[in-house]
Design a protein around this ligand. Structure first.
Ligand SMILES: NC(=O)c1ccc[n+]([C@@H]2O[C@H](COP(=O)([O-])OP(=O)(O)OC[C@H]3O[C@@H](n4cnc5c(N)ncnc54)[C@H](OP(=O)(O)O)[C@@H]3O)[C@@H](O)[C@H]2O)c1
Length: 255
């Protein structure tokens, strides 16, 4: 049984991955497994899918629930062609103002849960399979007002690039997707206690564009996917200039 597993499938980028892959993938895929906490959203999406689709309304932070996924895969001799880790969140605001529950929550979901999901699904992945990890352009350098989120995404990017090299013998490609701001529910949650810089919204792109580029980059077995020109320019800037200098420059700019 060939399976595609997508976390964070109830909205935004994860949901768009499900839509796009459902249209692209032919008979080679037997089942989609869609994961998120909101069951109603997953049911709505599953009803529109052309492939057989199973929904798992669960918290990916729950290690027991994640383990039961692997039990299920083992039971059905499941083979995973693609794993997409899109579940993630960020909270804008200074570290001092961030709630401890959010500081820990971002690390738990963006870092721990993504790593655990990758670790437990990897043994089931087929030779030539693909893993797509949602990192962010926030991974390119530290960010004030978003320090924990940026650090968590730097982990995702570093983890993915390293793992991609480790898995070359198995022909499994790991692609770190690094978009700038994307028009999803992300900002509804992110801006609960602070607002995003207006300039960031100027660079807003769509989940469709992010997913199209990510799938093309994964198909071409690229380790990284940066969907827009503005974020590619930012990445170059972050490679050329010291991050301490850029942090000071951005602080002056914000004033
Ligand atoms: N939007 C942006 O500007 C942007 C930019 C760069 C990178 N990213 C990254 O892209 C990924 C997708 O974000 P998005 O923009 O699509 O945001 P979104 O619309 O808020 O989607 C987040 C998804 O994660 C799921 N999720 C959150 N906590 C979960 C948990 N504990 N267990 C299971 N599922 C959980 C949510 O579903 P439930 O609430 O139903 O559980 C939802 O499906 C994230 O990793 C984000 O950091 C986003």
């Amino acid at each position: 049984m060939n399976t595609i597993i997508i976390t964070g499938a109830s909205s935004g980028i994860g949901r768009e991955f499900a839509f796009a892959l459902d249209h692209i993938m032919g008979a080679k895929i037997d089942e989609f497994w869609l994961i998120a906490r909101r069951k109603d959203r997953l049911e709505e999406l599953a009803a529109t899918m052309h492939h057989d689709t199973r929904i798992f309304a669960m918290d990916v932070n729950d290690a027991d629930a994640v383990e039961s996924l692997t039990d299920e895969l083992a039971l059905r001799s499941g083979r995973v062609c693609m794993l997409i880790n899109a579940a993630g969140y960020g909270k804008i605001g200074s570290f001092s103002d961030n709630r401890l529950s959010d500081v820990e929550g971002m690390i738990r979901l963006n870092v721990e849960a993504l790593s655990r999901m990758t670790k437990v699904i990897l043994p089931f992945m087929v030779r030539g399979g693909r893993i797509i990890q949602m990192a962010s352009s926030a991974s390119f350098m530290p960010q004030t007002g978003f320090v924990v989120y940026a650090a968590s995404k730097a982990y995702v990017r570093s983890f993915s690039l390293g793992l991609n090299e480790e898995l070359t013998d198995r022909r499994i490609t790991v692609t770190a997707v690094c978009p700038g701001p994307v028009d999803t529910e992300f900002f509804r949650i992110a801006e609960e206690h602070g607002s995003t810089l207006a300039i960031k919204k100027y660079f807003m792109t769509t989940p469709q564009k992010v997913v199209r580029k990510a799938l093309a980059d994964s198909y071409h077995r690229r380790a990284e996917s940066v969907p827009t020109l503005s974020m590619r320019a930012l990445q170059v800037l972050c490679k050329l200039l010291p991050h301490t200098f850029l942090l000071r420059l951005f602080r002056l700019f914000v004033r």
